[in-house]
Design a protein around this ligand. Structure first.
Ligand code: FDM
Length: 208
């Protein structure tokens, strides 16, 4: 059997999926076994991060950034295994969220933040669900976790915009302020296109 590589990642912007009004199950393009969600709170590293996000513990800013990255790296063997079986992956948040959120903190450059994620499987497509921070704030359960303040989310948005200047990454922006059906439709069309283009292509390495 020849190996087929497909790789598709989704990144949400500023809590565009917050409270899951548009959860990926609703979008329903792929079955859940092909869906990775970062932070993966089920692992030991994910539990440390989860406790930090829920404000039950404090972690030093560099430390938590490296934990977020480690949480992606620990899933790479499984991601690669699936890709080698020809399975397309959908990922809710990825290294781009990692960089955008940490670099929104004072004293963190984009470059420093990108370093630990260099070499991760590179997405064939990155979809940015654009939603302005005040609309995001109206979505379910917003404001409970760390980072969920409009001021911080505005800085995160600026960092995403800087990351989108990198033409080596296939960014597509979708207006997430519309209905679930409209957003679904756009994601579906972009996904179908990239899946046929990425077929038989080797998986690249992010930021290398
Ligand atoms: N977040 C998420 C980061 O700061 N770095 C990361 O690497 C990732 C994957 O964690 F505020 C932030 C983004 C968000 C919070 O994410 C929890 P979810 O997707 O809302 O659970």
């Amino acid at each position: 059997m020849s190996l087929r590589y497909n790789c598709l990642f989704l990144v949400d912007s500023v809590a565009a999926l917050g409270g899951t009004p548009i959860c990926m199950d609703d979008v329903c393009i792929f079955c859940t076994e092909d869906f990775f969600c970062y932070t993966d709170r089920a692992t030991k590293i994910g539990q440390l991060i989860s406790s930090y996000l829920e404000k039950k513990s404090n972690l030093e800013d560099h430390t938590v950034h490296l934990l977020f990255s480690a949480n992606r790296w620990e899933m790479v063997p499984l991601m690669k295994q699936k890709l080698e079986q020809g399975i397309s992956l959908v990922v809710d948040r990825y290294a781009f969220s990692g960089v955008a959120f940490t670099s929104a903190k004072p004293g963190f450059s984009l470059e420093w933040c990108m370093n630990p994620d260099m070499g991760l499987p590179k997405p064939d497509l990155v979809i940015f669900l654009q939603l302005n921070p005040s609309m995001a704030a109206n979505r379910g359960e917003y404001g409970i976790e760390r980072y969920e303040t409009s001021a911080f989310q505005r800085t995160v948005q600026q960092r995403f915009e800087e990351l989108m200047q990198d033409s080596s990454v296939n960014w597509k922006v979708i207006d997430a302020a519309r209905t679930i059906e409209e957003v679904h439709n756009d994601i579906k069309l972009l996904s179908e296109d990239i899946i046929s283009l990425a077929e038989n292509q080797p998986v690249g390495e992010l930021w290398r």
